[in-house]
Design a binder for this molecule. Sequence first.
Ligand code: XLS
Ligand code: NI
Ligand code: NI
Length: 435
Amino acid sequence: MEYFKGIGKIQFEGNKSKNPMAFKYYEPSKKVMGKTMDKHFKFAVAYWHSFCNLGGDPFGSGTQQYPWLVSVDPIQRAKDKMDAAFEFMNKLGIGYYCFHDYDLIEEADTLKESRKRLDVISDYAIDKMKKNKVKVLWGTANLFSNSRYMNGASTNPDFNVVAFAGAQVKNALDITIKLKGENYVFWGGREGYMSLLNTNMKLERENMARFLHMAKDYARKNGFKGYFFIEPKPMEPSKHQYDFDCATVLGFLREFDLLDDFKLNVEVNHATLASHTFAHELQTAADAGALGSMDANRGDYQNGWDTDQFPMDLYELTEAMLVFLQSGGLKGGGVNFDAKVRRNSTDRVDLFYAHIGGMDAFARAILIAERILKESDYKSIIKSRYKSFNTTNAIKYKQGKMTLTTLSKIALKNGEPGVISGKQELLENIVNNYL
Ligand code: XLS
Ligand code: NI
Ligand code: NI
């Protein structure tokens, strides 16, 4: 069955084109800073938002009528959903997808039965992936939807729930490895707390680290070569999540000796929920050599929750691409559209508009960032801002060959420092001029 009727393969037509079903900026083979766009980005579709989520919100049920979800048989339903997903990815020309275990197929009543279902659908996926040029960017386990995880998964106070989560992660790792997934994600939606009054935070964080070590050891033993990613988010659904932001997660990974295998998956709106910019979070991850992957979306200036809108904000993305290009890109990951069409965007074609727009926004932003770096004074302004660190004394300082006493002597000799402008408005103008 064809689910997206009347839609052909989406082509690059350039920015003069008025065709809403064409890329204006995303040209997979175009080189930016010596690397093709498709390699820079490795765009991925998020299975959950695009093929499972019916658009329900706390005030009303779903609005989407997905023809691939009508069969009464859960296995058939999963296969139909996969047919729709592969048709969509082929037509869009997107090379990757990301999934939670129970996006691929619904969870059954028992663990055993769920595993059987996962085996069936991953066989089906292997077959589809052979016939199509589509790969798995990352897999993950949904350790937050089922009510058994209401007090957490690996951080649950009940060891039996921890064990259950372990079984689920083992299965999710097995199918990710089976599908040659390039990475594996942990997003700890319920790994946190609602009230500190009932929480042993120290034990919960230690348990989380133990759990991650076990998962990593298991996956490595079973041939997994990719990276594990932690996806920081400050809150929602928990009031306080342990993986608050990049800096918090980096501290955690260092504390528990996980930084070699674990990198970060940075999501735009998770950054803003943590009161950071996306660029700040990317920079924090990159500076630690841990910028693994991105979840692309955007939040809303008025709403303080995870709206998961498709990324459209050119200014935000350009700032992000400046960090991305200067830090040498992603470690193993790609750009996953963890975004959903609005609840009232109910035509099948809306899913195409959303992804075309998101891919074009990233492509346009990277082209702008490239020009800023190559043509403008942006880099030289920053360089000059730090030029005092090239003096003999400052070099000694950077090499750690200076004491506080010497530092003090320099100050006594040089006297009051001059007034030096930070030039923020000039830099903002430069960015705007290239937008
Ligand atoms: C939720 C997260 C989630 C992860 C995968 O806010 O973004 O979708 O990406 O579990
Ligand atoms: Ni995400
Ligand atoms: Ni999110």
